[in-house]
Ligand binder design. Structure first.
Ligand SMILES: Cc1cc2nc3c(=O)[nH]c(=O)nc-3n(C[C@H](O)[C@H](O)[C@H](O)COP(=O)(O)O)c2cc1C
Length: 449
């Protein structure tokens, strides 16, 4: 049978590694570890689900290259802790045994390393300042109410940090990971060096773009030296910082040109995690058009030879096929869609695209994570229960189940019970299923919901 989405399912080779298709699972840093920050079984099952669903690469998000100086949250995974060896190898195996390439994102919070700031009373950035901002625009403060000092990194500190990236990449490679992603976007340390908004240095690490790019390029070189030329490196960047103080797409193009030929995949995102208004560009809401950030990747792709990936608000395989077929990008990366329905790749490949549950972009995943360090998805009850869902939960006895109410929860409860083999009666007092969604349906800009 001819494939409906031939471009989407054409394998691609990066470094010397073959990826089975063009759908990569973008990092969604589920930070469910134990008290030692070791990945839990739930976390491993969470990433396994993405591989099982057919993604070509599955990236574990926001892993720390320097746990003392770069920690944003208490629950990030430190790559400089040898206790991670066993659990990270297990996580890697859980991904690769389903044919996906396991990748790991290398991150350092720099001036936004809030937990480091809480612990040390200061953080490191390209330049000294006292007023780093948190999402929402409030100053970053210690729990005692004092401002946290951002110290300018010394030459030694810069060299040390570069080597932490290289060491972390080697640590990942030795655990079996087939690729690393340098987090050079969204306002974290690497991009703090790249952006003149945060990099005010007067030495060889600041000033001209060539100088500001010295830090990311040195990281890439260090990883190449330690992991070899064939080990694929994906570089995540913001195509534009999307705010007047940051760099624009023209400078994003120049940044990509400087990365060209030095990394295996240039992954073009947008915006900045730490600026409230721009957060919604980095993570488009349901009120944004599907594929609203593709324009950044598409423009950059015109100026580089290195393969370019796009990300943001992608849930429809027909649109993904079109993006690749028309040359706007060579890889599509899915974030929240891999929570809403990790089986998108396999469904699209086997002609079941009408069965795909498309992400609502409602932010339930984020809000739950903030509150409980667990993910939840408004339309996928498996998220948050991935480990339990790995096992056959068929009931010993078939029951007759009455579900009262045909709103979204009732409908999902009925589906889950039916899938488990029970006999289900779903009662709804009105003439139509849908509950509150029937009202939302009338609001044109809520069509996604
Ligand atoms: C819950 C959640 C966690 C995320 N964690 C990370 C992360 O650890 N590292 C990162 O670079 N991006 C992270 N992102 C951003 C995604 O990789 C992606 O760029 C963004 O969500 C836009 O893509 P989407 O519309 O397909 O979700 C996260 C996004 C979400 C929703």
């Amino acid at each position: 049978m001819a494939l409906k989405f031939p471009h989407l399912f054409e394998p691609i080779t990066l470094g010397k590694t073959v990826f089975r298709n063009r759908i990569f699972a973008s990092p969604t840093g589920f930070q469910n570890g134990d008290h030692l920050n070791l990945p839990s079984k739930e976390l491993i099952a969470y990433y396994e689900l993405k591989a099982l669903g057919g993604a070509a690469a599955v990236t574990m998000g926001d892993c720390l290259v320097d746990s003392k100086n770069g920690r944003v949250t208490k629950v990030q995974f430190p790559l400089d802790d040898t206790n991670q060896k066993g659990p990270l190898s297990s996580l890697c195996k859980a991904i690769t045994r389903h044919g996906a390439v396991a990748s790991l994102e290398l991150q350092h919070g720099g001036m936004y390393a809030r937990t480091t700031g809480e612990q040390l009373g200061y953080v490191w950035g390209p330049s000294a300042t006292m007023l780093p901002f948190r999402p929402g625009g409030s100053p970053q403060v210690k729990s005692d109410g004092k401002m946290i000092e951002v110290r300018e990194m010394s030459e030694e500190m810069i060299e040390y940090t570069i080597s932490r990236f290289g060491d972390a990449a080697l640590f990942a490679k030795e655990r079996g990971f087939g690729m690393v992603m340098i987090h050079g976007g969204h306002g974290w340390l690497v991009s703090q060096f790249m952006s003149s908004k945060t990099n005010k240095r007067k030495d060889r690490w600041g000033g001209s773009l060539e100088n500001r790019m010295r830090f990311p390029l040195a990281i890439i070189e260090d990883i190449r030296k330690k992991c070899g030329r064939d080990f694929p490196i994906e570089f995540r960047m913001s195509g534009s910082e999307c705010n007047p103080a940051g760099y624009d797409l023209d400078e994003g193009i120049r940044i990509a040109q400087m990365l060209d030929g030095k990394v295996d995949l240039i992954h073009v995102s947008a915006g900045n995690h730490e600026i409230f208004d721009v957060f919604f560009i980095t993570h488009p809401s349901m009120f944004h058009e599907d594929g609203c950030n593709v324009k950044y990747a598409a423009e950059i792709k015109k100026h580089v030879k290195t393969p370019v990936a796009t990300v943001g608000a992608l849930s429809d395989p027909a649109m993904m096929e079109e993006i690749i077929a028309s040359g706007l990008a060579v890889v599509v990366e899915l974030g929240r869609q891999t929570l809403a329905d990790p089986d998108l790749p396999i469904k699209a490949r086997t002609g079941r695209e009408d069965e795909i549950n498309q992400c609502l972009r409602c932010y339930s995943c984020f809000s739950e994570c903030d509150a409980t360090c667990h993910f939840l998805c408004a339309i996928n009850p498996v998220i948050g229960n991935e480990y339990e869902a790995k096992f056959d939960l068929s009931p010993k006895y078939k029951k007759k189940v009455l579900v009262a109410g045909g709103g979204i929860s009732g409908m999902q409860a009925a589906l889950t019970c039916a899938e488990r083999g029970h006999e289900v009666i779903l009662c709804e007092k009105t003439a139509e299923l849908g509950g509150i969604l029937l009202c939302e349906e009338q609001v044109p800009f809520k069509k996604k919901l």
